[in-house]
Design a protein around this ligand. Structure first.
Ligand code: PLP
Length: 385
């Protein structure tokens, strides 16, 4: 059994990272990967122990179908400890991953009208509306805005024009923003006025950095009849490949509609994903505290490195996540990510994956070692300037 006390963050070597993170590190040997949202850190030993015990016990059967009381209790306990609010366990249902959870929530709970996606928006959220047969309605935050916010007047107009659902990512990827209670209440008021729905992707909630506080949308009064949250331990604990997220469905009628769906709509979460999520929720707090401390240090280092090497890059404060949204337009490249790869041998995520026309912006993953982050910024400076 692993010691449950404070556990440090262990950096993966390049060789280890290449083996353990095949997508992120599946790049040519001379390229430094700073793109997909995975961390170059060893997984919390508590999570690995739980998985090892599962395999040693030969537990390879199907997971419970539909509702897993232990997983539900684990998430409710976690949410109470971390966010000061907990759903009743009956509200928490497994789903294969967050992206599928957002899709299922739209399919099962939303009207046929358009789906509003604030942009720049997480790349896999683009196209989700059309997969469900609905129109995708963009609510754009201009690159010039000092603060990335949801404009309530424009949200109101989008609903008035027929949209019926808002995808609310909070904390936001790639804005790096944590929405305040007042902002969330403002969004709720507009949504309620139009009888609309909110699907709230809170996968980054464990990754709020010092200085900000996560407020679950469902903890706001008057949200339970119109909102579903999609949550997971997988982003914060680096277990995305194990496939398990959770839908939080506080409205009993909506929950019943979910349970009444044909099995084929939501049957593919894995036993390993459930074991990992439970271990993370029950015993992962000490490791997560170390992680947040490390990410806070990486955030400070990024600020110093940008000032020294890329002073013209514009970046809004990073309040949560390890994903920084860099506006490099001052350096004049139409496709800053391509230039970074060609000239700097650094893989960052292209801004155009998050918003049409955002080619001079990139998303940078800072969840790595200080040495690698330093090298990444030095290479970007060489490429862009
Ligand atoms: C906002 C957001 N939602 C969902 C995901 C993906 O989650 P999953 O792999 O569970 O679909 C990510 C991945 O980075 C994300 O940033």
């Amino acid at each position: 059994m692993t010691d449950l006390g404070r556990r440090p963050i262990v950096d993966l070597t390049d060789e280890e990272a290449r083996r353990k993170l095949p997508l992120k590190w599946g790049v040519p040997a001379d390229v430094l990967p700073a793109w997909v949202a995975e961390m170059d850190y060893a997984v919390d030993p508590v999570v690995l122990d739980a998985l090892a015990r599962m395999v040693a016990d030969g537990i390879t059967g199907y997971p419970l179908f539909g509702w897993d009381p232990e997983l539900a209790e684990s998430y409710a306990g976690w949410s109470a400890r971390h966010f000061g609010w907990a759903p009743e366990p009956e509200a928490v249902h497994p789903v294969v991953d967050v992206t599928a959870g957002v899709r299922i929530a739209i399919e099962v709970f939303s009207g046929p009208g358009g789906v509003i996606l604030p942009i720049p928006g997480y790349n896999a959220h683009h196209g989700l509306a059309s997969v469900t047969g609905r129109e995708e309605v963009h609510l754009e935050v201009p690159a010039s805005a000092d603060r990335a916010e949801i404009d309530l007047d424009r949200l109101d107009r989008a609903f008035a024009d027929g949209a019926q659902t808002l995808i609310l990512t909070q904390p936001h990827n790639p804005w790096g923003r944590v929405f305040t209670r007042a902002e969330l209440e403002g969004i709720r008021d507009v949504v309620v006025r139009h009888g609309a729905r909110v699907v709230c992707d809170e996968i980054h909630a464990p990754l709020v950095l010092p200085g900000a506080e996560h407020v679950s949308y469902l903890s706001i009064e008057g949200t339970h009849d119109h909102a579903i949250a999609v949550v997971a331990a997988s982003k914060a604990f680096n277990t995305a490949g194990l496939r398990c997220a959770q839908l939080v469905v506080p409205d009993p009628d909506a929950r019943q509609r979910l349970l009444d769906q044909p099995m084929s709509r939501n049957e593919s979460y894995s036993s390993a994903g459930i074991v990992a999520a439970k271990a993370a929720y029950d015993d992962g707090d000490p490791w997560l505290a170390s992680l947040v401390e490390r990410l806070d240090q990486q955030r400070a280092l990024l600020g110093d490195l940008l000032e020294a090497h890329l002073p013209e890059v514009r970046m809004r404060p990073l309040e949560a996540t390890y994903l920084a949204w860099l506006d490099a337009s001052a350096y004049g490249h139409d496709d800053a990510a391509a230039v970074a790869l060609e000239r700097g041998r650094v893989m960052v995520s292209a801004g155009t994956s998050y918003a049409p026309g955002a080619g001079s912006q990139v998303r940078l993953n800072i969840a790595t070692s200080p040495d690698r982050l330093t090298e990444v910024i030095e290479r970007l400076a060489k490429a862009w300037t």
